[in-house]
Design a protein around this ligand. Structure first.
Ligand code: MG
Length: 460
């Protein structure tokens, strides 16, 4: 059981003792802190917050606590009910709201839930703002509204329609080209809200939709993180149905993984690569991902004459760099597509529409499209250290060891060699260095990881 309070929100397991888990009291306290923070920072009286949730079992209970607490502070609530992270992000500015709260523990298993906090632009609040919310929660310095000033409550049921219409209106989404292809598509939404939103979008795009795990009841039929080892069922069904494509999203629909017509994973890293390949052919500007994402994006961008930039890990960092570099596309290798012409947040719906446009225009099978991209393989390892070791100085030593190479210290130490790279990141909670590698083969990626472990040990 656990409760993780961080600048990006509060996340924990349901049940158990206060302050050790995400209990009702913790939910109320944290919501009060966010509402108070909004009131402290806005120079207006009537504030509105948009709330939406994924389909996990605890969602309705947490939603009641959050919406009632906001009303208790005198804040108006627009409740989208079952929604997705990108849908709430789109609806905050759409409804001229002052902030948003998404109730989702993303890809975490069913016992988890979390509050993700959005500012008035529908973007995640930054680290500084998150620290202020945490401090307010710590001090419990809240001032609830008197009876005549309680917040109003309103439900909206048209958020998916609005979100999808905005996607269909994007000049880079060619619905007619997609419709002409009559794609047959299998969808695995792990019984969360992607099971509503993705089929609705696909039907608008003239696809023949086969639903697998699309009942938004929160009973996850497999581990909800869209990784190969959890996706056997959809791979089988795509083959059996002779579908063109399989689509997998996580419970809050900000991560998108694809399956080709042979039932093989397209590779989560390659969702962004394919979408960027399409966009950069038509829109001038840079591409951004984080330091741990595949080099394939850099290769594709450079081939098309575009610049590529890498940010620190974390969606907020990707978005900040995208704004700085005026990027036209960005995201994360975990299947997170950020398309700023719609909004600055990972959005699987826009990812699906852009990918299908690309697929329709290229007139290839999904596996043939995948074969046009450079193939890289990733390795993940870690080295466990003892608490007396100064991890920061160890990382500095590694940086010095490889100073002749291209080294970035934006987030840990990333060393770009000619044919591969390694990214060393320290854990904030344990004496561990995580070692991410990428190379032209799995063997090479794993060997590079081992080589780095040996090098780190030699420097201790
Ligand atoms: Mg997610």
């Amino acid at each position: 059981m656990s409760l993780i309070k961080s600048i990006s929100g509060i996340r924990g397991t349901i049940g158990g003792k206060v302050d050790e888990n995400l209990t009702p009291l913790d939910v109320v306290k944290f919501t009060s802190a966010f509402g108070t923070w909004l009131q402290n920072n806005k120079n207006k009286k009537d504030l509105t917050v948009v709330v939406g949730r994924d389909a996990r079992i605890s969602g309705a209970m947490v939603n009641s606590l959050v919406t009632a607490t906001l009303q208790g502070l005198g804040i108006h609530v627009i409740d989208l009910g079952l929604s997705t992270t990108p849908t709430v992000e789109v609806m905050v500015p759409e409804l001229n709201a002052d902030g948003g709260i998404i109730l989702t523990a993303s890809h975490n298993p069913k016992q988890w839930n979390a509050l993700k906090l959005l500012n008035g632009k529908g973007e995640f609040i930054n680290g500084e703002d998150g620290a202020e919310v945490l401090a307010l929660a710590e001090n419990e310095d809240f001032n609830y509204a008197e009876v005549d000033f309680l917040g109003k409550y309103e439900e909206r049921h048209d958020a998916f329609d609005i979100h999808i219409q905005k996607i269909l209106n994007l000049p880079m989404v060619d619905a007619e080209a997609i419709k002409a292809k009559k794609f047959k598509v299998v969808v695995d939404a792990v019984n969360s809200t992607g099971g509503i939103a993705i089929p609705q979008l696909l039907r608008e795009l003239g696809c023949n939709v086969i639903k697998l795990y699309c009942e938004p009841n929160g009973h996850f039929p497999h581990n909800p993180e869209p990784l190969k080892e959890h996706l056997g069922d959809i791979c089988e069904l795509v083959k059996k149905e002779k579908a063109d494509l399989g689509i997998v999203v996580d419970p809050d629909v900000d991560r998108l993984a694809l399956v080709d017509e042979n039932g093989e994973l397209f590779g989560e890293e390659y969702t962004l690569v394919a979408v960027a390949d399409y966009l950069l052919r038509h829109q001038k500007g840079a591409a951004v991902s984080n330091l741990s994402s595949s080099r394939a994006l850099r290769d594709v961008a450079r081939n098309l004459g575009s610049e590529y930039f890498a940010s620190a890990v974390g969606e907020v960092n990707v978005v900040t760099l995208m704004k700085e570099k005026n990027a036209v596309i960005g995201g994360e290798g975990n299947g997170g597509i950020i398309y700023p012409d719609l909004h600055y947040g990972r959005d699987s719906l826009v990812g699906v529409a852009l990918f299908l446009t690309h697929l329709a225009k290229e007139d290839k099978t999904v596996s043939a499209l995948r074969a046009t991209y450079p193939s890289y393989f990733m390795g993940k390892k870690k080295i466990e250290l003892t608490p007396d070791i100064d991890v920061d100085s160890l990382l500095t030593k590694m940086q010095n060891e490889y100073q002749k190479e291209e080294v970035s210290t934006v987030d840990g130490v990333k060393i770009d060699f000619e044919n591969n790279w390694v990214h060393l990141r320290k854990s904030n909670t344990e004496p561990i260095i995580r070692i991410y590698t990428e190379a032209f083969s799995q063997e090479e990626a794993d060997e590079l990881g081992e080589k780095m472990i040996a090098k780190i040990k030699s420097l201790i």
